[in-house]
Write a protein that binds this ligand. Structure first.
Ligand code: PHE
Length: 339
């Protein structure tokens, strides 16, 4: 009996050595110490042992049991330590490995262009203002001196919400809002979306962006308009840029002009960008019509002003040599990431 117990102890020790995880250790415990385990079996079979040997065997069995228990505890600690070590090893962070690059976006070319224009005018003392895209017909047309039969009022050209409200066709209604709400001196630019019922093609879109400019003060003359636009053009397209005024008509300015810049690719000689003209049209402008000042509560005898409006997409297309307006709205990263 004693030998058998010793054998069990030796076998247990040897087996314990080889265990390599907590599951195996559990199985081991069941095998040796469990209710159906080998030690228990011996203790159960003690009935066949002589009375004087029984306490000795009993004691030895209990001693071996507690020895094995101690060994199990030690092994458990050991296994836990090595498991932790493996885990730490596996999860080790190598701070010298280069980080994963997250692609960083940037502003859309239309937004970048608008900001660039804004910056130039802010440097000249202009404020940037905002106006609603859903606008009263009265602000979009009436206050701006547009005659009742003006073609742009037509249902086929303009998105009406009802007979009084439309999607603004230009940023010019902001002029009316600003003049009504503020006393001169006024010096503002206003970027924003405008809407026209146009078919989509390389140069047209039912939605595009404009930048409006308005200055009202005492003694504002056409020379102020020219000087301001020249500073803008030089800053935007390069210091050699010249500007040219061509007579035009807008209901809300008098006199009115279309303004060209000398081509910044060929300098005026004529090339592909300017289609051989040497000049590129970039905006409409003029002196604020006295009727408009009056409509907005400003005395045209005391004050005068100038206004201009440019298409932001058009400026972006000219500046970046983009030949199709649709590219700006397709959100193709291969295109957008170039800017
Ligand atoms: N609103 C005009 C347009 O959309 C541009 C413009 C603005 C012209 C201000 C003169 C003065 O074409």
């Amino acid at each position: 009996m004693k030998e058998k117990l010793q054998q069990i102890k030796l076998a247990a020790q040897a087996e314990l050595e080889k265990l390599c995880d907590a599951d195996q250790l559990e199985q081991f415990k069941v095998k040796y110490l469990g209710k159906k385990g080998e030690l228990t079996a011996i203790l159960r079979s003690m009935s066949g042992i002589s009375a004087e040997e029984r306490p000795i065997i009993g004691q030895l069995a209990n001693q071996i049991r507690s020895e094995i228990e101690t060994l199990v505890d030690e092994k458990r600690t050991l296994l836990a330590e090595s498991a932790m070590k493996h885990k730490l090893e596996a999860e080790k962070i190598d701070v010298t490995i280069p980080g994963k690059k997250r692609p960083l976006g940037h502003t859309h070319p239309v937004t970048s262009t608008a900001r660039e224009i804004e910056k130039i005018f802010i440097n000249m003392g202009f404020d940037v203002v905002d106006g609603p895209e859903i606008e009263y017909v009265s602000n979009n047309f009436d206050a701006l001196n547009a005659p009742d039969n003006h073609p742009s009022r037509d249902m086929t050209d303009t998105f009406y919400i009802n007979p009084e409200i439309l999607l603004r066709t230009q940023t010019s209604p902001v002029q009316a809002r600003i003049m009504r709400d503020n006393k001169p001196p006024i010096r503002v630019i206003c970027p924003g979306r405008v809407y026209r019922s146009d078919e989509v093609d390389a140069t047209h879109s039912p939605m595009f962006h404009q930048m409006e400019g308005l200055v009202v003060d005492k003694n504002i003359v056409m020379g102020d308009l020219k000087g301001t636009l020249e500073v803008f053009a030089k800053n935007m397209f390069g210091n050699d840029t010249r500007i040219r005024f061509r007579p035009h008509h807008f209901p809300f300015t008098e006199p009115s002009a279309e303004v060209d810049i000398s081509c910044f690719v060929c300098g005026g000689k004529g090339c592909r960008l300017c289609k051989g003209e040497g000049w590129i049209e970039i905006l409409g402008a003029g002196m604020v019509h006295p009727n408009v000042l009056r409509n907005c509560g400003i005395d045209p005898e005391e004050y005068s002003g100038f206004a201009f409006g440019m298409g932001i997409e058009r400026i972006a297309m000219r500046k970046y040599n983009i030949d199709d307006l649709r590219l700006l709205y397709e959100n193709d990263m291969r295109f957008l990431s170039q800017f």
